[in-house]
Design a protein around this ligand. Structure first.
Ligand code: FAD
Length: 493
């Protein structure tokens, strides 16, 4: 690593300031970690957010007036996965344990719309692999031919090399085209709002390749995992997904008041240049400037490319090449009598069904606390590579389309009590095949005192974003400490 001394010989080093650009969960987590790291070391940090609120894609609206408790409508994430520890860890550090809300996994059931009918995922399916025979054999989700092809998975030799492949190629290779159409594409590519024919296996489901290699078969690997995760009788496993009692925003609302650094809302960073004497100068939208020894960019890749265009042109060009798609959700509230609750968390819709939407979450089945007693909340997902034409619709037409889909798919014909449309233009990073190599090349092309982190790079989920933010803070603090020692030595001698 090239560690330049940031201060010229003889000049007294000022306490290093780290600028964190972007006040979404990644930038907030970076600031939180810096705060732990910097206490007593003389580091300082400034967190700069372009908009007038913290949290980025984490945005919760609480709507009163219908009962004792409010409706809780999420514009972005509605939960985080608990298998990765970093969101839970942060929640605990912030004293939010009592506020955590788990899904009731006994009622977890996902439906797939197949040839116009809602078909439940058979019990025992782990992601896309059956781990229990009877429910799988009796399920109507797959044809007999499809089931036989899935069984062949046990005998297909594992791929040994380390090269990436698309999720679609992997699923076709191991489990067959029907699993790709009915599960892989709507469920797994759906999590990433991605196109399975372009999606990187190694960047999104590396575990599949590991299991294939280790056990010779994905199915055998899943069986082994299932045996290992079995819980003793009576012990209740941790829910797979969790949120907070009044929405994901609780994480942000607990974190921000604990940050004691220099926090600035409504401050867009418009330019970033190297100072002749070391470190960086940030040009801000309020007309001011900020000097920093190191910078964490926790913003979309296109914004990072813009700021790095002169400073690190190779990294900027590579950042510009990272694809995004536009997605959105419509949340709709109903009286319970107008929308009989689905016995499950939601519906995924294969591309081959040719519908105008991608998926439906029955929010109040997943978290009953999201609506007052006697009401239901449903959330429809659209856009991305599957239904870009729906994203292009004006609001009125979009709502009419969504209501038509709800009537045909779930039989809900009543008009909603209210609805909320949230659009996220060019905001969903796409991890295309070769993604990890592209990210490594970006990181290698950056100066050691500049980091890019967040959903465009090494995981889109909230736990991954928190982890990336914290790791970047630790790495950057270590680099700056070393630079400071080198400067001090240079000044002395
Ligand atoms: C509809 C939807 C549903 C999702 N559901 C889930 C889910 O259920 N579970 C899950 O784990 N994840 C989910 N995700 C993904 C997750 O929400 C995101 O990956 C994560 O919140 C991204 O956080 P971030 O801090 O990296 O980026 P962002 O939240 O995008 O924050 C970036 C911030 O940078 C600011 N900014 C941009 N440019 C500048 C600049 N030049 N100067 C200063 N500030 C700037 C922006 O205003 C923004 O606040 C979902 C995402 C969407 C859109």
């Amino acid at each position: 690593m090239d560690l330049q001394t940031p201060f010229p010989r003889g000049e007294e080093p000022t306490p290093p300031r780290i600028a964190v650009i972007g006040g979404g969960i990644t930038g907030l987590a970076a600031a939180w970690q810096l705060q732990q790291k910097v206490e007593g070391t003389g580091f300082q940090y400034t967190l700069l957010e372009a908009s007038g609120r913290w949290g980025g894609k984490i945005r919760t609206e609480r709507i009163d007036g219908f009962g004792v408790s409010p409706f809780v409508v999420e514009a972005g994430p509605d939960a985080f996965v608990t298998q990765k520890p970093w969101a839970l860890e942060l929640a605990r550090e912030l004293g939010l344990e009592e506020r955590l809300l788990g899904t009731d996994d006994r009622r977890r059931r996902t439906y797939v719309r197949v040839q116009g009918r809602l078909t439940p995922l058979p019990e025992g399916i782990m992601l896309i692999v059956p781990t229990r025979f009877r429910p799988f054999l009796t399920s109507r989700l797959f044809s007999l031919r499809g089931k036989l092809r899935m069984g062949l998975e046990l005998f297909i030799p594992p791929r040994q090399d380390e090269t990436d492949e698309t999720l679609a190629d992997f699923i076709r290779r191991r489990l067959g085209a029907e699993v790709l159409d009915r599960l892989g594409e709507p469920l797994l590519a759906g999590i990433y709002n991605a196109d399975a024919e372009r999606q990187s296996l190694l960047a999104t489901f590396p575990r599949f390749r590991e299991l294939e290699r280790r056990y010779g078969s994905l199915t055998r690997g899943m069986w082994a995992m299932r045996r290992r995760t079995r819980h003793p009788a009576g012990a209740s496993p941790r829910p797979l997904f969790m949120s907070f009692r009044t929405g994901m925003a609780e994480l942000v609302e607990a974190l921000v008041p604990r940050l004691t650094g220099d926090l600035r809302l409504n401050t867009r960073v418009e330019g970033l240049e190297r100072r002749p004497t070391g470190g960086y100068r940030l040009r801000l939208s309020d007309g001011g400037t900020l000097e920093a020894s190191g910078v964490i960019l926790a913003i979309p890749a296109a914004g990072a490319a813009h700021l790095l265009a002169d400073l690190a042109p190779e990294a900027a060009a590579r950042l510009r090449a990272l694809r995004t798609v536009s997605t959105g959700t419509v949340s709709l509230a109903f009286r319970a009598q107008d929308a009989p609750r689905l016995e499950g968390f939601g519906v995924v819709i294969p591309r081959s069904e040719g519908r105008a939407i991608n998926a439906i979450t029955w929010t109040t089945a997943k978290f009953p606390e999201r609506a007052p007693e006697g009401y239901e909340l449903v959330r429809v997902f659209f856009g991305g590579s599957r239904t870009p034409h729906t994203f292009a619709l004006e609001d009125t037409e979009l709502l009419a389309t969504v209501q038509r889909e709800l009537a045909e798919i779930l039989g809900i014909r009543a008009a909603p009590l209210f609805h909320r449309i949230h659009r996220w233009p060019r905001a969903q990073p796409q991890y295309d095949v070769g993604h990890l190599e592209r990210v490594a090349a970006i990181e290698a092309a950056l100066p050691p005192d500049i980091r890019v982190v967040g959903s465009p790079y090494r995981g889109v989920g909230i736990p991954d974003c928190i982890h990336q933010g914290r790791e970047a803070a630790l790495c950057l603090a270590a680099v700056l400490e070393t630079q400071r020692k080198l400067s001090t030595q240079a000044a002395r001698g």
